[in-house]
Design a binder for this molecule. Structure first.
Ligand SMILES: *Cc1c(COP(=O)(O)O)cnc(C)c1O
Length: 398
């Protein structure tokens, strides 16, 4: 009998008990809105912001309704206007170009390398076309951040980091999200902490922080932000900045605070699983493992590999055979967007030229979630199944 995997690729762990207790306490007192506090009380949301800022080493933090909202707010806060062009990754998910479209700006896609990071050669060639790069650390792959920042700093381009997949990760010891002007994180169920929906925004820039706080819907209550800039930063900004409501509430913040305290331990658990899959996939004929740079500390919540130069039929066949044995893989090369997965040419509101070099790489990217509800042995079993089916299809095509 061939091995079949029975686990669910979309099942998260439960909310930790201390998170549940904190959430129940908020529901019992009823003050769910972040500015609904009694004398002397610091809201859960404000505490979350303070703790997350300290955790990543940022001066200011703002909690918001989603990761996508954090990115659109960052674009507005650094001054992106309708009609402006914004550089971004070809290989990313729909909320990234969506955030650019939300402010009426126009995405310019920068290519992807076979390490699954933004192509720095293509970035250097296009950097003169925009004032802002919305950099997506897609699936947790960090580009050479020293080289990237040198290119952007040299051209006066502001970097906003999409850290939906790098919360808890770092580049040469620096927390992901603190190298650019703004770091944006998601607390949505499928990311590294889970409040259903939610986002975090960090920056060291007092003006950008003040604008973001006003944008998020602080009214004139911005002094209740424990991780906000001093009130002088709001002197003009409070008159000039529209309120585009997208606050986080105390219930979500209460759920998130205990999870953030466990983030490093969770990262280690994710990586144990990630590297178990990676090890099992090595030396599979026709399959390329993505080697991770030594400067990167990853959070292995998903894994990618390449089926380089495979035909569409062969990729589809391999994925079908893995699915039949319980292993759910996603393909970034598909012409039609499916589930959470889409390709730059499916975002038809953008008039993007074809990118043949990136197309060739996207055509081979296969992606798999690694939920913490899997055991390390589950991960080894999954890798055996993938290795068996991928090599069978590859060898049949030889
Ligand atoms: C999930 C995700 C986001 C946005 O997060 P939401 O909280 O769902 O808005 C942004 N970028 C990437 C790459 C994501 O996967």
């Amino acid at each position: 009998m061939s091995e079949v995997f029975k686990g669910s690729f979309t099942q998260q762990e439960p909310i930790p008990e201390d998170g549940i207790e904190a959430a129940v306490a908020v529901m019992r007192h009823g003050r769910l809105h972040r500015y609904n506090t009694v004398a002397g009380e610091v809201a859960e949301t404000a505490l979350l912001e303070q703790e997350f800022a300290a955790q990543v080493g940022a001066k200011y933090c703002l909690a918001v309704a989603s990761g996508g909202y954090a990115m659109a707010t960052a674009l507005r806060a650094v001054g992106v206007k309708p009609g402006d062009k914004v550089l971004t990754n070809t290989f990313t998910l729909a909320p990234v170009p969506g955030a650019i479209a939300a402010v009426g700006a126009i995405p310019i896609f920068v290519g992807v390398t076979d390490q699954l990071v933004i192509d720095l050669g293509d970035l250097a060639a296009k950097v003169g076309q925009a004032d802002v790069l919305l950099l997506s650390h897609m699936r947790g792959h960090l580009a050479d951040m020293d080289a990237l920042m040198a290119i952007c700093d040299g051209a006066g381009v502001t970097v906003i980091e999409d850290c939906a997949h790098t919360m808890g990760a770092s580049w040469r010891g620096v927390a992901s999200g603190t190298q650019g002007k703004v770091g944006c994180y998601s607390c949505q169920t499928y990311k590294h902490v889970n409040s259903g929906e939610g986002g975090l925004f960090v920056t060291d820039d007092a003006e950008v922080a003040a604008r973001a706080i006003m944008l998020s819907g602080s009214y004139m209550l911005y002094e209740r932000h424990a991780a906000g800039p001093p009130k002088e930063a709001f002197a003009q900004i409070r008159y000039e900045t529209p309120n585009i409501s997208g606050r986080m509430d105390n219930l979500r913040a209460a759920i998130l605070r205990p999870q953030l305290r466990k983030l490093d331990a969770q990262r280690d658990r994710w990586n144990e699983r990630y590297y178990a899959v990676e090890k099992g996939l090595r030396d599979t004929p026709g399959l390329t493992v993505i080697d991770r740079p030594a400067q990167e500390v990853i959070v292995g919540s998903s894994i990618q590999f390449l089926l380089k130069d495979w035909s569409e039929e062969a990729v589809t066949e391999a994925l079908k055979r893995c699915a039949a044995r319980g292993v759910e893989l996603k393909w970034f090369g598909g012409a039609e967007p499916v589930g959470f997965t889409s390709r730059y040419d499916s975002w038809r509101y953008v008039d993007a030229p074809r990118m043949p070099a990136s197309d060739a790489i996207l055509a081979g990217i296969v992606d798999m979630r690694v939920p913490l509800t899997f055991s390390v042995e589950d991960c080894a079993s999954i890798a055996r199944i993938i290795k068996g089916e991928v090599s069978a299809v590859y060898q049949a095509g030889d």
